[in-house]
Design a protein around this ligand. Structure first.
Ligand SMILES: Nc1ncnc2c1ncn2[C@@H]1O[C@H](COP(=O)(O)OP(=O)(O)O)[C@@H](O)[C@H]1O
Ligand SMILES: [Mg+2]
Length: 222
């Protein structure tokens, strides 16, 4: 019944990529895993070929599951078409998504999973991006008291984004299990130097390097 939140220092940082690798690692170890992306925007209809580009489709694919209507609903019950933050994407459809409803759904899914199952909750955007109409990812992390796997990048400016996210999580009492430093495509910043700088400025954190097109991640989850 363990649950980890896969949070980002920003959007498009590699949360889904990392979650897929964690799913593969857990499955290879014979562990049960259930990925949840409860609130997802930019999701086309299941009947639209563009659905394959959604996080929900990618997570189900990593699980080896067919994206049936039931499987999609069980992973991502709040889906919005516009590629905006969920509060805005919901408003564009005249809908809203409330923190308490999302929390209740996550807890129910976590508690209903077979013993030993690891639940991986992919957040939305960055730590302080809205996840619902009334709350940020941070509120979800705090309410669940779940350890965080923070995904950061190696672009110019990524060190500040990583350290700012870490400080924010610390200030709110969130436990950071590890920070995955996901190499940013096309970045001119040296990857090893980024790792060294992060370790120097946040010696308490565990940084896990992840290179472009990595096929596996060296990170264990309890
Ligand atoms: N380490 C990596 N190697 C290759 N492609 C990556 C890597 N990390 C992310 N990507 C790609 O970058 C894009 C954004 O990553 P994604 O995981 O969807 O970000 P997020 O879930 O944080 O929005 C996707 O197309 C993804 O496949
Ligand atoms: Mg994603």
């Amino acid at each position: 019944m363990s649950l980890y939140v896969i949070a980002g220092a920003g959007t498009d940082i590699g949360k889904t990529y990392v979650t897929r690798l964690l799913i593969a690692r857990l499955r290879a170890a014979g562990r049960g895993v259930q990925p949840l992306k409860p609130v997802a925007s930019g999701v086309a209809d299941l009947t639209d070929p563009a659905f394959a580009d959604s996080d929900t489709a990618r997570l189900l694919d990593a699980l080896g599951e067919t994206a049936t209507a039931a499987a999609v609903e069980a992973c991502s019950p709040w889906r919005f078409r516009e590629p905006l933050s969920p509060d805005m994407a919901a408003a564009a459809e005249g809908r809203e998504v409330r923190l308490e409803a999302v929390l209740a759904w996550i807890r129910a899914r976590r508690d209903a999973a077979p013993a030993g199952t690891v639940t991986l909750l992919e957040g939305v955007g960055g730590v302080m991006s809205p996840m619902t109409s009334d709350a940020l990812n941070l509120a979800v992390i705090k309410a669940l008291a779940a350890p965080v796997v923070l995904v950061t990048g190696s672009y110019l400016g990524a060190i500040s984004h990583a350290l700012t996210a870490l400080e924010t999580l610390k200030a709110h009492g969130a436990a950071v299990h590890a920070v995955v430093v996901n190499e940013t495509a096309g970045s001119g910043v040296d990857f090893a130097a980024t790792m060294a700088s992060l370790a120097r400025h946040a010696p308490q954190a565990r940084f896990i390097p992840l290179r472009q097109h990595a096929r596996a991640i060296d990170l264990d989850l309890a």
